[in-house]
Write a protein that binds this ligand. Structure first.
Ligand code: UD1
Length: 419
């Protein structure tokens, strides 16, 4: 069994470079299904989720050419419009292939998705939109099947919730649909904007990305381009919280600080010094944390993907902090693990009330999901004594060389393989 062994207490000092965004690169890789000529992504992050989505595309007949971080996708000869349970169960974002397959092949048969077990995470908004665009949808035997033999037609779609995945799936279905598609109450995340930048540079006609109304005018076809993905704001936020919690002085480079406004504001409230520079932020902390409340919300609110890490920070706050999760219904699985390290947390419905303790104590814990794994790593870096973290496959899904990057900042952290 692989695990991380951390000896807490070393301050973090130095520079760390943030990789390209996981949540942007995944839909962008899926969007390479659409053009008639090959498309290339440069500087792709080295993540298990990226490997998984590449395998999904290869299983459809896409030719994938990898040269370190440079990935080229040739989807000119797709053979299948069907994705197996084995691949889909590894990662929920694989469901994003439904929109482009319906657009390009007029058919898709996809096993129902897996991914982090945070809440029920349904796909009803995706399916309702495809139906509104003229697809026939059938569910059965663990598969969802869509047919649009005469192509998709643009329409106005109001999302009951500004779902990131549904917005992306609809965008990819709509780029070559007949007429205009309008997505109302669309997600506004920077990853949506990056996907739209990629689609538009391939010839799509999309306006309004980054606002809650996106208009897509269908075009005949797209041609592949080369694209550099935006920096990962969640990885950047994780390192910012690490520096705040453990203490030290860290320059985090390749960051777009405008994507991190809620975290910057909350770290300021928590008494942490953050200096914004051109494309980096510097975090200076003595490890003394003022307790502050957060509530997760769709962008531009506080990101749910930083909730677990921020909760870890609040475990050593000076008084009480309320952490309210509104995006997912079951995203407190890290609470039990943080409690094993001496944290004082009680959960009341969607709110976790965290009473700060002077310090956490090392323990054996397990990463229950991707961001929970990051939160426990930060907790271990700040705790007294030794922390061991198991179930690393969750962390490997979404953090590019986390251990090496932390070692570069002076952390005492190693990855070991014990049978
Ligand atoms: C994406 C991110 C994930 C992040 C989440 C919210 C990727 C690969 N993943 O996930 O890291 O935590 O956005 O910022 O980009 N919902 C429905 N019906 C649907 C779709 C969603 O009810 O058809 C609900 C979900 O159950 C959840 C909420 O909407 O409660 C948000 O989900 P969504 O924005 O779709 O998240 P993902 O795209 O899965």
């Amino acid at each position: 069994m692989e695990k991380l062994i951390i000896h807490g207490g070393n301050p973090l000092r130095g520079t760390v470079r943030i990789s390209s965004a996981k949540n942007a690169v995944l839909p962008i890789i899926v969007a390479t299904l659409l053009p008639e000529t090959p498309a290339t992504i440069v500087d792709a992050p080295d993540l298990d989720d990226v490997a998984t989505i590449c395998s999904v595309l290869e299983s459809l007949g896409v030719k994938v050419d990898r040269h370190e971080g440079r990935l080229t996708f040739d989807a000119s000869d797709i053979k299948r419009a069907e994705a197996s349970y084995e691949l889909m169960s590894r990662m929920r974002a694989s469901f994003l292939i439904m929109g482009p397959l319906l657009a390009k092949m007029g058919h898709a048969r996809i096993a129902l998705p897996g991914g982090c077990m945070i809440g029920s995470r349904p796909i009803d908004l995706h399916l309702k939109a495809f139906e509104a665009m003229g697809a026939e949808i059938h569910m059965g035997n663990g598969f969802v099947e869509g047919r649009a033999p005469n192509g998709l037609t643009g329409t106005t779609i109001y999302l009951d919730f500004p779902s990131v995945g549904a917005t992306e799936n609809i965008l990819m279905a709509a780029v070559t649909a007949k007429g205009q598609t309008i997505i109302e109450n669309a997600a506004e995340e920077p990853e949506i904007v990056d996907l739209v930048t990629f689609l538009n540079s391939m010839g799509a006609n999309i306006k309004g990305a980054g606002t809650n109304v996106i208009r897509v005018e269908g075009v005949k076809s797209l041609l592949g381009v080369e694209h550099t993905v935006i920096p990962d704001r969640i990885e950047a936020g994780t390192f910012m919280i690490a520096a705040a919690m453990v203490g030290g002085d860290v320059l985090i480079s390749n960051v777009l600080s405008e994507h991190l406004k809620p975290l910057l504001a909350k770290l300021h409230e928590a008494g942490v010094k953050v200096v914004k520079e051109f494309d980096s932020v510097r975090v200076i902390s003595d490890g003394h944390i003022t307790s502050t409340d957060i509530k997760t919300l769709p962008y531009p609110g506080f990101p749910t993907d930083l909730q677990a890490q921020f909760m870890a920070l609040m475990t050593i706050g000076n008084k009480e902090s309320k952490i309210t999760e509104t995006v997912f219904e079951n995203r407190f699985m890290h609470v039990g693990e943080l409690q094993r390290m001496g944290a004082s947390i009680r959960v009341e419905g969607r709110t976790a009330i965290v009473t700060g303790v002077p310090f956490l104590k090392g323990a054996f814990v397990r990463a229950t999901d991707l961001r929970a794994g990051a939160a426990l790593t930060l907790a271990g870096l700040s705790a007294h004594g030794q922390t061991e973290i198991g179930e690393l496959h969750h962390i490997d899904r979404g953090y590019d060389h986390l251990v090496e990057k932390l070692q570069g900042l002076g952390a005492d952290i190693v990855r070991v393989n014990e049978d």
